[in-house]
Design a protein around this ligand. Structure first.
Ligand SMILES: [Zn+2]
Length: 482
């Protein structure tokens, strides 16, 4: 999963940021990297340019050059076509030129964006799915984004005033992140098609309005998926996925909602965020979290949302389970999926089955089955939204928090005791090594050693003396540790 985090700063139109974490580790002249592919992804709000490489690249800083274009070099790099110019002329990118520079064996990347577009460049290390990459993220101007969101919000507000329920459907993955795949199914594509079907079922019913987090093949950060729903004040959030397991016999649908462990982690993150006085107003989408919430209130709010999420999960699972004969339900489960960490609305994640299981895959590839599954998501969510569900709290979560607090307090106490003990020992050691003795009349070195319970040798050594040394009354001797 690619981490995308856009900085926002007032009065700065274009931001550049290159992660050099990998760069310093690869400096050998023979370790040439090669650009194997250049790919483009685009969503309504942003675009990505991905340069696939054979090895971790060594990249120079991004420079703004006179004509308003941006430029960086990849050192010790080759690009087989020599030079390639991509005149894209889209809302994010006017032109991209990738060119080998013969003289210093580097490749020059030059790109020009329309005014106001924000650009950020990352070097991403290889993972089990992808090789080394340089990714350039381009986002539309902040003012334009705000304009769009405001229009969206006004429409939703109107619908809500007419008592229409808002359901946000989140087709998982997309773009650079294909999700899982197998038996002829690529998760990102399948869940996109499913998302559109589910939305169609909701939109046919005047009591509901469904909004997709993405409607094309592009990636959206996990946080932003639920932020979209939170911003719209959605009544329910449903993330769509397909599962994979190395054990090919594992199969069936699953419906997840937030786990206590995931929620505790999120509560801690939010408290840290509030304590660090993160300026929510400055972020791309305003946070629904009231910065004045105490940790206790935050946990309570989580427990209330989770309580409802459980009903949403159960009702959806009940419909899914009876949809297709031969597609078993693995039931309702809890897990700490980042996309489910919402305080604002009940949220679930649906796994439609396992691509790794050929029977599940065959069912999922069938169009009639797809429609049936989409309809059952609609039916389950609608059942939840139209039922009278009283307020309550997730008791398991509260119990978990109490235990977690006790565990944390015990760990803190143990750590405090350990530190105290270590400090005591250090003090004792220091006292021992710095112990001194003032010579009195009648003292001899061997007498002092014997009184102090140490060997004569160690006394001599500690004071750089020999057996023939003479000591004087009033002389201060160091007394070494026993
Ligand atoms: Zn997935």
């Amino acid at each position: 999963m690619i981490k995308i985090e856009f900085l926002t700063k007032k009065n700065i139109l274009i931001l550049f940021f290159v992660c050099f974490s990998v760069i310093n580790t690869v400096c050998l002249a023979e370790a040439n990297t090669r650009i194997t592919d250049i790919r483009f992804w685009q969503s309504p709000e942003e675009a990505q340019i991905v340069l696939d490489l054979t090895k971790p690249p060594k990249v120079t800083e991004v420079n703004l050059i006179k004509d308003g274009s941006l430029n960086f070099n990849i050192k010790n790099c080759s690009f087989r076509p020599g030079r390639q110019r991509y005149p894209l002329q889209n809302p994010f990118l006017e032109v991209l030129t990738v060119q080998e520079a013969d003289k210093d064996m580097s490749v020059n990347v030059n790109f020009k964006t329309p005014a106001g577009v924000q650009a950020k460049t990352y070097v991403l290390p290889a993972n089990e799915r992808k090789g080394d990459r340089i990714v350039i993220f381009l986002r539309e101007p902040a003012a334009k984004q705000k304009q769009k969101r405001d229009a969206e919000l006004a429409e939703v507000k109107q619908l809500k005033s007419e008592n229409v329920k808002i359901v946000v459907i989140d087709p998982g993955h997309g773009g650079e992140d294909p999700g899982t795949s197998g038996n002829g199914i690529i998760e990102k594509n399948h869940v996109m098609a499913m998302g559109k079907l589910v939305k169609a079922y909701f939109d046919r019913d005047p009591r509901f309005k469904a909004v997709l987090t993405r409607d094309g093949d592009y990636i959206i950060p996990l946080d932003r998926r639920r932020q979209i729903a939170e911003h719209l004040g959605a009544d329910a959030f449903v993330s769509l996925h397909i599962n994979y397991n190395h054990t090919k016999s594992i199969r069936g649908t699953e419906v997840y909602y937030e786990s206590p462990k995931g929620a505790v982690g999120e509560a801690e993150r939010l408290v840290a965020e509030i304590e660090n006085k993160v300026d929510f107003a400055d972020s791309q989408i305003p946070s629904p979290i009231d910065p004045a919430l105490s940790k206790k209130e935050l946990i309570e709010k989580q427990a209330q949302t989770m309580y409802k999420s459980r009903f949403l999960a159960e009702k959806t699972e009940a419909k899914l389970a009876e949809t297709i004969e031969g597609l078993p339900s693995r039931g309702v489960k809890r897990a700490g999926f980042k996309v489910l960490h919402s305080l604002a609305m009940p949220s679930i994640l649906v796994e439609f089955g396992y691509v790794s299981n050929s029977a599940d895959a065959a069912i999922l590839k069938n169009n009639v089955n797809r429609s049936k599954l989409a309809q059952s998501i609609y039916a389950g969510v609608a059942d939840f939204l139209l039922s009278e569900i009283k307020d309550g709290i997730d008791e398991d979560y509260i119990a978990y928090c109490v235990q977690a607090d006790a565990r944390k307090a015990a760990a803190e106490k143990a750590e405090r005791l350990r530190k105290e003990k270590a400090a005591k020992q250090a003090k004792l050691k220091k006292a021992k090594t710095t112990a001194t003795y003032k010579v009195k009349a009648g003292d001899t070195l061997s007498k002092i050693a014997s009184v102090k319970g140490i060997s004569l040798n160690s006394l001599l050594k500690a004071n750089a003396l020999s057996l023939n040394s003479v000591i004087k009354i009033g002389q201060v001797l160091k007394i070494p540790e026993k």
